[in-house]
Design a protein around this ligand. Sequence first.
Ligand code: 13P
Length: 264
Amino acid sequence: MLKRGCLLSSTMEKIVAKLLVGNWKMNGVKLALQEADLIAAAAKTALGQSIQLAICPPATLLARLSEATAGTGLLTGAQDCHAKASGAHTGDISAAMVKDAGGHFVIVGHSERRADHGESSEMVRNKAQAALEAGLVPIVCVGETRAEREAGQAEAIVLSQVEGSVPETFPDGGLVIAYEPVWAIGTGLVPSAADVLAMHQAVHESLVSRFGAKGASIQILYGGSVNGQNAGDLLHLAHVDGALVGGASLTADGFLKILHAIQE
Ligand code: 13P
């Protein structure tokens, strides 16, 4: 069992102590805004404790959710953006559109997009670059498959995704990474605390070696089956600066259980 006390992140290096982001994926119609209202009501208190809450709804709800929660302390974001600023790209949305809809974050390179839409790290990097240019904070996702972990390649794969997906320049505090092992997403499986700790440490060190002090300030979220039961242990590990939450963020009850777990 890992001892919690010696695993606390250094608050000297990171801007907000914890960042909790809900990724609603392709779930939610207007009715879901009621859940966001309940989450927004808790967001101000959380901010007082240096915990930032955010929801990334489907694109169809982003503007309404941003308007409904403006001034509450709950931030919003999109789940993807195009790498180009505008043009003939039917069905896509640009980073400027996300910004215009009130978004603060945009998730790029989620494993579901890497798998479903063949997104390479180079494409993800271009999307992150577009997000930065539009004044958004990209949440760059990385993570190994089960086969890659079983082959002992997890760290090499994740570090190469980080290297390939993170643009060369970004403002201080202007870029977030989410480590999401593909095999832990939506499965109820979670890596051991030691494995999460080792991966976050490795990602942190690679960012420091590439970007120096600015790399040290990049928040690294964990994602994959996070819930109210496991969040307390996971989010107190060193360099686990928050969570990217799928299923458990779809209801205020599920999401706020995670918040309460990390407030303890
Ligand atoms: P789950 O929390 O449902 O496992 O999803 C994680 C995820 O993919 C968040 O982006």
